[in-house]
Structures are given as structure tokens and as C-alpha cells.
Design a protein around this ligand. Structure first.
Ligand code: ATP
Ligand code: MG
Length: 215
């Protein structure tokens, strides 16, 4: 069994995340994608909705997809959570599965700033999705990349070997220039966010007065 593990703040979840999961499932032949919203950081920022609310929005977004699931392991923790620890739990839980940690190019390039990055890149394989404004070529500048050049093949996915012995599958998905920060900005400006994210999530944001316009 192949399982995608999709971590993020999901503040809020949007169609960019959902298409990334759907297309990665299809292209890499994943059986399942586990969405893992992050917990509350020790210093709460104004802009970040409470972890439980972000979890609920992900649940609303994935409930009708039998291949998608949402886990509360990070958002129920009172102490800070680290990807390495989350993956340790999942590796124990899904012993016979092949796990792919899913993330966008921007997030993969950010890994050196995470906790125990060397350990992280040796634990699992990665599924790195394309994102508007970023190129797969940028992956070659990652300190964890072993592959020296990426031949443009026109294929939907390319394999980048990592120095750790693991691999990153680079998955070319439909470019959707949607971000949570843009959605929050629109909410603050009192503008529409319709069609950028599922309707149930939009209703949840409105009824819970999340990302409210500045008074
Ligand atoms: P923010 O603007 O607050 O950073 P975001 O839209 O980047 O929000 P995150 O929760 O930070 O969303 O992202 C979780 C993961 O999803 C990251 O790995 C990110 O690269 C990826 N991702 C987010 N939006 C897209 C998108 N439109 N296309 C492809 N990948 C995306
Ligand atoms: Mg982001």
C-alpha cells in the first residue's frame, strides 16, 4: 500500500491542496492521502485560526472522498509537533506501507530550516508537487538532492534521487495559483473567496468569523 502524508497549516484548506492530493494519488498510484493539519504554535499569530478549527475545515473538505482522511495527531498536541515525530508514529502504525511525504516545491526547499532535517529526508520518500511561481529545476539546489540535472521528459512525474538514499517524486499537477494567505487577505478586505475552496469550508469560515475583515 502507498500512502501520501500531507502536512500543512491548512489555514484554510483550499482547492490547491485538494487538487494536489487528488492528482498525486492518480499519478503515483497512492491508495490513500492522510491530511495532517499542524497544531497551535507556542506563540499564536493573529492570522492563524485555532488548530481544531483548521482540522474541522480539512474534515469538511475531505469527508466525501474515500481515499482522503484527516488525522488529528498534530493538532491535539499541546506541545510543539515536529514532522519527524509525526512520521515516526505513522511508520509504526503503517509498517507495511510505503509512505510519501507530500509537499509543494516551496515547502521542500524550506526543509533545511525544520527540526532534524537530515533525519527527515532519510525516513520516507517524498512527493513534491508543482506550484505556480516555482520550477522543479529549483529542487537541484536543495542540499539533499543527489540528481544533478532533470531532463524535461514531458512526463507527469520525474524522480529526483536524494543523498539520503530516498527519492522525491516530482509530480506535475494542474497549476492553481491559490494560497491560504491570499484567501485570508481577501477575507480581511471583505472580498469574496467563493470557488477558491469548498463551499462547506467557506460557510464554516463565515459562521465562525475566521479571518474577519479589519474593523
Ligand atoms: P500560506 O499562504 O498560509 O502559506 P498555503 O496555501 O501555502 O498557505 P500551506 O498550508 O502552507 O498552504 O501548504 C501546505 C502544503 O501544500 C505545502 O507543502 C504547500 O507547498 C502546498 N500547497 C499549497 N497550495 C498549493 C497550490 N496551490 N499548489 C500546489 N501546492 C500547494
Ligand atoms: Mg505555505
Amino acid at each position: 500500500m502507498k500512502i501520501g502524508v500531507f502536512g500543512g497549516t491548512f489555514n484554510p484548506i483550499h482547492y490547491g491542496h485538494l487538487r494536489a492530493a487528488e492528482e498525486t494519488c492518480e499519478i503515483l498510484g497512492l491508495d490513500k492521502v492522510l491530511f495532517i493539519p499542524s497544531g497551535n504554535p507556542p506563540l499564536k499569530s493573529e492570522d492563524l485560526a485555532d488548530a481544531l478549527k483548521r482540522y474541522k475545515m480539512v474534515r469538511l473538505a475531505v469527508v466525501r472522498n474515500r481515499s482522503f482522511d484527516v488525522l488529528d495527531i498534530e493538532c491535539l498536541k499541546s506541545e510543539k509537533s515536529y514532522t519527524v515525530e509525526t512520521l515516526e508514529v505513522l511508520l509504526r502504525q503503517y509498517r507495511d506501507a510505503e509512505l510519501y511525504f507530500m509537499l509543494g516545491i516551496d515547502a521542500f526547499l524550506d526543509i533545511p530550516t525544520w527540526w532534524r532535517p537530515e533525519q527527515l529526508v532519510s525516513m520516507v520518500n517524498f512527493a513534491v508537487v508543482s506550484r505556480p511561481g516555482r520550477e522543479f529545476g529549483e529542487m537541484l539546489s536543495s542540499p539533499y538532492a543527489k540528481t544533478k540535472d532533470l531532463a524535461e521528459s514531458g512526463r507527469e512525474s520525474l524522480t529526483l534521487e536524494l543523498r539520503s538514499g530516498r527519492k522525491a517524486e516530482l509530480v506535475k499537477i494542474t497549476p492553481l495559483d491559490i494560497s491560504s494567505s491570499d484567501i485570508r487577505r481577501r477575507m480581511r478586505a471583505g472580498r469574496s473567496i467563493k470557488y477558491l475552496l469548498p463551499e462547506d469550508v467557506e460557510s464554516f469560515i463565515i459562521s465562525n468569523k475566521l479571518y474577519s475583515p479589519v474593523q
